[in-house]
Each structure stands twice: as C-alpha cells, then as structure tokens.
Design a protein around this ligand. Sequence first.
Ligand SMILES: [Zn+2]
Length: 444
Amino acid sequence: MAIDFRIRNFFYPVGIYRLNRTLEKTQWLPRDELLAYQERRLTAILDQAYNHVPYYRRLFKTLGLTPADIRCVDDLKKLPLLSKDIVCKGGTDFIADNAKRYDPVTYSTSGTSGVPMRIQLDKGARILEFVYYWRHWGWAGYRLGDRFAELRTYFFLGRNSDAVSLWQPHLRGLMLNSNQVSFSRAKKMAEAIRRYRPKFLKGMAATLYFLALSFKQAGITDISFRAVFSTGEVLTPQYRAMMEQVFGCPVMDSYGHMEGAVAISQCMEGGYHINSDYGLLEFENPQPSEDGTAMVGRAVGTSLYNFAMPFIRYDMGDDIEFFPETEICPCGRTLPLVKVIHGRRDDIIITPDGRLVTNMFVLPELVEGIRFAQFIQESSTVLNVNVVPGETWTEGESEKLSCYVKKLTGKEMNVRMHQITQNDIITDASGKTRTVISYVKPRD
Ligand SMILES: [Zn+2]
C-alpha cells in the first residue's frame, strides 16, 4: 500500500490513546461480547451510510430496506456485494454528504491490483489504522518509540530514487529503498541497519525475501531483528524460511487493504487472527478446500470505522481458507482464526543491472487516468506497459508513467507503452489478473 505516511494525519494522541485502550481489551473478550461490539459499530456505519451516503441511500431504497432490517451480521447478506469497479465508477456517490465533520483525508491507492482508486479515510479510520498496527506490532514486543526499518518504494520515488536508505528521526524509522535490493547493494543496506540498529523490519513479502536472499549471498550473518512484519502479498513458506534463517526471528504476516474493511494479522503463535474489532469479514460462496480440511470463500469486508466513505460488503478479490469449527489460538486471543490467505502473487521484474523490482503496482496511482495497467517483461531488456486508458488519460500521463517505470527499472530497460482495451488484459489459467508478468525468471 503506497500510503505516504504524514504524521499530521495521525496526530491524535487522545483518540489514539482511547482506541488503544479499547482494542487492547477487545482482543481478549469472550466471543459473544466481541460480536456485540462489532454489531454496535456495524449499526452506526449502516445508519451513516443510509442517511448520508448517496449510493447507499439509493441502494437501500431500491431494495425496500432500512438499517433496522439489518440487525446482525447474517442480515448483511440482504445487501449485494460491492466491487471495486462499482466504487471507481460511483466516484463521489460513495462519499458521505457530511464527510467534512469527520475530518477526511483523500488517498490514492491501487492496492496491489493495478487499478487505481481514490478513497477518503476519516479521522476515526486513521486512528484505527495507527492503533491496529501498534497492537499487531505489540504482539511481537514493540513499544512506541522503538526503532524500526521499513522497505519502501513510493517514499524514494518522490525523493532520491538511487538512495539505499534514509533515516527518519521523527519516526525513529530507517527507510530502506526496496528498489535497491540487490546482491551488489546488500553491504550498503547492512551498514545502514548496523548504524541505526532497528529492532523490527517491515515490508512486502517478496521484497523482504529478496533482501534476506541478498544478505545470504553476500555472506552477511550479523543482522537480526526481534520480528519481521510482512504485508501486501502472499508470504510463501519459501519466503518465510529464508527470512527466519537470515534474520533469526519470527516473521509475522498480515493481510489488509487501504479501504480499511478487513485486517488479518498473525500472532507469535502463528495464528492468523481476523481483527473483528477493526472490520467485519464474511466468506462469500464457501466451498470445501482442496485437501478437505477447511473451507474456502471469497473475502468480503465491511468497514466499522470510516464514516466519510464506508465500504459495505466490499469484495476484496482474494480467497481465504477458514476453519469450519471455532479454533482456539494458543495465544489466548479470542479474535477468530483463518487458515490460509490466497492473496496476490505477482512476478518479479529483473532489471538489466541485476536488481529485482517487486513493487511495480505502486505506479498506476502516481498518474492520472489509468483504468488498469499491466507490466509485462518480455526479455531481460524489454518491458511492455499495457494501459487500459480512462477518460483523463493523455500523452503527457503516458510519458510520466514511462519515466516512473524507468526510474524503477533503470536506463537500460526498453520501456514500451501500449494502449489496450479491457479484453486485451492477460489473465492466467485460473482467470486471475496479475499486475506484473515476467518471462524472465530470477535465479535462486
Ligand atoms: Zn494467536
């Protein structure tokens, strides 16, 4: 998620303190009390959507419903699923007419899907985001003020795209340039980590893996953390094993989107907990999983906090395996467990100078007018960028995107821009669309 973190958007000490006290308790609540908490929040969101969000006002009227008809989680099924496409087309229809009361900030996000979208997160949603991360990191022993390192792409694109790292004293964070992860730069990265001694490391799964791999190849064995936090894409057993071996600590995975409707995070015991006090997760069209030990369904989320732009029954586009019976985690938290998340898997771009680019998906949101973008590496020096243009797509934006691609992949890469239609988007055998496809495979 390419959110450019600005402290002023999160500077609500009283709100953060209060919500933190609440969420410290809700994670241990008996299940029925947790459900009651969730339903109280849901009722408030539905009332807001019905009274103040044009899209939902119309939807409820068309269906002949009022919020009073939706008293519990099961009743939510009376409302249809919401797709990203509907949100993109609906535009301001999804923004509450009283949004200003809730101090919203607009963010542009493509998540990891290649489809950019503008969303508003109000004060409550931003406080929630902060507290959610604080709590998850706290499971691994993090205390506010502890030093951390974070692998980032967007942060460096807007500043110095060749820098390996940048220390941010006000965050107590060491920003590591995920676009500079390579064998030849491993020693520089390690030097920065030794100098600032971060206790925790955060990043996207593939980038973290390649950082660990580059350290291993460079013979760097003295870098360790208390925990590594992996986000944004599938954390494969291979990725996890490499990180645990090189960084000598547990890897804690998490799943979520900027839309703020669902958050799942792994505890130190390895359990994947649904943060049901953050958002409401349903499983659409559940089927037995391949090995028959679990069920698998499409993840559908509902915001419990964002009054400026609530998402109700939002299709997250990912399948999740869950347990048919209630499982208890050895950590003692009552937040329900899921088994496996089948999230995003993209290919890696390998640059002519040997770097591995894992974060191409941040680019579509940096320019105007893209409906969808797909990056296809044809050979070691040729990269095709296929864009499904929206109404505001121009030659200027095309050049801008091409420049960003070159910033990430280097001057030697031939970047070829193409305009395509929706029908030309390449999908894999299962019908899934990947943002990055490469016919050049990395060496292990
Ligand atoms: Zn647990």
